[in-house]
Design a protein. Structure first.
Length: 278
């Protein structure tokens, strides 16, 4: 499982975050200077973070992970600046702000995990999964839900955009208060991601773009119901004691499916859509 999780995290570091940062640019506004510079420099800290994943725990791994963590703080610091500039707490903006902040959670968790330390009571195995989750269930999910909300005006789009920050907050709270709160967060996230899937298939996929873009959107829409059902079954099992998949099985199915089928296909499709003149 450790090798698979490391490969998934590398995808998040090297591809999902830099492509996603471009997609987070405010529509109709000039690119934010800090984020524009960060995107150009991102391959360096991301590569250092990726190397840290494969080194033995210790000082060298921590130093490389810290370089990556420092880079993730830049989008997080940009979040309040964006809020002051837009003065908006519309659902799509809340999702965008969530996406800007979540990589920093992954970065801090990576530093603690590479040092073999606990963080808020959680040991290295849980922290390694946290690094993966906040690249995908945090950053990628919030990013795509916000983009879907902007593209599809209506209650369903707004619910999808709000589901990620709310669900993520509930899951995080559940770490400290109990499995039932974590289950509530999983329910909210699952409902929101199923909504993203429906809107992607019904509305966004049919609006044009090349055959390749439509195929990428179709894959992301079809993968989400399966991967999120797995997440819900795991959370339900943890909360109730019912049989549920192991963490290794979840990494190989839910984790890999979300990383490749949802996150990668989605950001590549949305990048092409943004680059295609209306």
């Amino acid at each position: 499982m450790s090798v698979l999780v490391s490969l998934v995290v590398m995808l998040g570091m090297l591809v999902i975050v830099p492509v996603g940062l471009r997609l987070l640019e405010t529509p109709g506004a000039p690119p934010a200077p800090g984020l524009s510079a960060l995107r150009r420099l991102w391959p360096l800290p991301a590569s250092l973070g990726a190397v840290a994943l494969w080194l033995p725990r210790g000082g060298t791994a921590v130093a490389l992970a810290a370089c990556y963590a420092l880079a993730t703080f830049v989008p997080a610091l940009h979040a309040p600046l964006r809020l002051m500039r837009t003065r908006s707490l519309a659902p799509a903006e809340i999702a965008a702000l969530t996406a800007l902040v979540t990589p920093a959670v992954a970065g801090v968790s990576l530093v603690a995990e590479r040092g073999g330390h606990t963080l808020l009571g959680f040991g290295p195995p849980v922290l390694r999964l946290t690094v993966a989750h906040f690249h995908f269930a945090g950053f990628a999910a919030a990013l795509v839900a916000g983009l879907v909300c902007r593209a599809v005006d209506g209650r369903a789009g707004r619910f999808a955009a709000l589901s990620v920050p709310l669900g993520t907050l509930l899951v995080l709270t559940g770490f400290f208060t109990g499995d039932r709160t974590e289950l509530a967060g999983a329910v909210v996230l699952t409902a929101g991601m199923w909504t993203v899937s429906l809107l992607t298939w019904r509305d966004i996929r049919t609006r044009g773009g090349t055959r390749g873009v439509r195929a990428l959107l179709a894959v992301s829409a079809c993968v989400l119901p399966v991967t999120m059902a797995l997440a819900l079954s795991w959370a339900l099992g943890e909360a109730t004691g019912l049989p549920h998949p192991t963490l290794t099985w979840m990494a190989a199915t839910h984790g890999l499916g979300n990383a490749l089928g949802f996150a990668l296909c989605s950001v590549l499709a949305w990048r092409r859509l943004k680059e295609t003149p209306a």
